[in-house]
Write a protein that binds this ligand. Structure first.
Ligand SMILES: [Zn+2]
Length: 455
């Protein structure tokens, strides 16, 4: 059986044709001179599991744009989110630090009050987060100082300016995020494409497509393509229908990513642009008795896509099985661009030799009473520590679905991995400085409420 963790890329003929249509040539890459200061396009497909994408072996055709890019890319088969939900994962992506060190996460003592105004829910008085502190050095601020034009367009409410993730961008667009589905890809592109059409080189553009985040409300024509039968009006979708709607949302975001790539090609910037497409976390659909994300760090949540289409001339295309995390993007990008890394960057250019691979999930008891989680990896072994004692040990090579907890069978391995985890966490610098403070505005609160973060 092919492991989901190590599943090899499947390149359909359509994907290859798509790559040609995008206006580049793999063969040409070998003969071309290296681009000195490439543009950087960084995309997060929010909530998108790697195993629901064609380039990671999924059976349904959800991602023709990404599959075409993957054919001209470095495709990391072991990419991991460092957190289990949007805010901490994006903060790691932008700062190169672990959640413990950048501090952007759920925090009962956090400076941002999200829910004290919600009536009849006194426990939600502790629904607070700590945003990303404005004193943090971000990839955008470093690239801005290095002469890059920087812009970001956000789809999801946790990327609204109040949470600090726009720190360092010269232009950060979060207008109109208040609807039940964040801001859909078409609205995001309506802001991103005009900027991309006129920006001068070099540029750094970040896009967050939020469409694959629940609730899954794809356009009717796309829903029909993935549903075997329509969802009756007023009826909740079955588990199978929910997956079909999720896949349709992935396809919707992928279509709009295609518009961005085509604009790059039309401006003759495709070959001079480094395109990185990843996700901040995946989604659980009943596996392990869980739905959604932001809780236990199972692979359905941690294993994210990571497709890196380098500028023409860089070479090194193909699959890579050494692990990469969003925390590593700062190091990866700055090393290639020849820009010094800021102090305190914890990520590393893969392979991450000598560093444990970890993910952290801080929760709020008012929302999830089953405790904080940490995951640490050692090759194919994964140890999940839980603050309420529900820890687990898995052999991902033999058991990619994490169905057999080997904690009792191999207590020495679990103890050793827990020691390594505690040592690494103890050595991590703690976040300095407060995130943005006060109460979030009514529109942000309504957006969070509509997404189910607040009752
Ligand atoms: Zn997210």
């Amino acid at each position: 059986m092919t492991s989901r963790w190590t599943r090899r890329r499947v390149l359909a003929t359509g994907a290859r044709l798509g790559a040609v249509a995008l206006g580049s040539s793999v063969a040409g890459a070998c003969r071309s001179r290296r681009v000195d200061r490439p543009n950087v396009l960084l995309v997060t497909l929010d909530t998108t599991r790697a195993d629901h994408l064609g380039c990671y072996g999924y059976g349904r055709d959800t991602s023709p744009t990404l599959d075409a890019l993957a054919a001209e890319s470095v495709l990391y088969t072991r990419a991991l989110a460092p957190g289990t939900w949007t805010l901490p994962s994006h903060a790691s992506l932008f700062t190169g630090k672990c959640p413990t060190s950048h501090g952007a996460r759920y925090d009962p003592h956090g400076s941002l009050v999200l829910a004290s105004a919600i009536p009849n829910r006194p426990t939600l008085n502790e629904y607070r987060v700590r945003g990303l502190a404005p004193t943090e050095t971000t990839l955008a601020s470093v690239l801005g100082k290095a002469g890059y034009h920087t812009g970001g367009v956000a789809g999801g409410p946790w990327l609204k300016g109040v949470f600090g993730l726009g720190t360092g961008f010269a232009w950060w667009d979060d207008d109109g995020i208040g609807s039940v589905n964040g801001r859909v890809a078409a609205d995001l592109n309506a802001r991103a494409l005009p900027w991309l059409d006129r920006v001068e080189e070099p540029f750094f553009l970040f896009l967050n497509y939020f469409d694959a985040h629940a609730p899954f409300l794809p356009p009717v024509d796309l829903a029909a393509r993935y549903l075997s039968a329509p969802v009756p009006p007023g009826a909740p979708p079955t588990p199978e229908q929910t997956l079909a709607l999720y896949d349709a949302e992935i396809r919707y975001a992928d279509q709009h990513l295609g518009d961005v790539v085509r604009l790059l090609a039309r401006r003759n910037l495709y070959d001079r642009t480094w395109i990185i497409v990843t996700s901040d976390h995946g989604e659980l659909f009943g596996e392990h008795g869980l739905r959604g994300h932001g809780t236990a760090p199972y692979q359905e949540v941690l294993h994210v896509p990571f497709v890196s289409k380098p500028p023409l001339g860089d070479g090194g295309l193909g699959e890579r099985a050494d692990p990469i995390q969003l925390t590593d993007v700062m190091a990866l990008v700055l090393e290639r661009l020849g820009v010094p890394r800021p102090d305190g960057t914890q990520g590393a250019v893969p392979p991450k030799l000598g560093r444990p691979l970890m993910a952290e999930s801080y929760v709020l008891a008012a929302l999830y009473p089953y405790g904080d989680w940490f995951a640490i990896f050692d090759g194919d072994w994964k140890y999940m520590w839980n603050s309420q004692g529900a820890s687990a040990l898995y052999d991902l090579a033999a058991d990619p679905r994490e169905e057999t907890n080997l904690l009792a069978a191999d207590p020495e391995r679990a103890a050793s991995m827990e020691r390594a985890m505690r040592q690494y966490l103890a050595d991590l610098p703690r976040a300095q400085g407060d995130g943005p403070g006060g109460n979030v505005d009514d529109a942000t609160r309504e957006a969070l409420k509509s997404l189910g973060y607040i009752d």
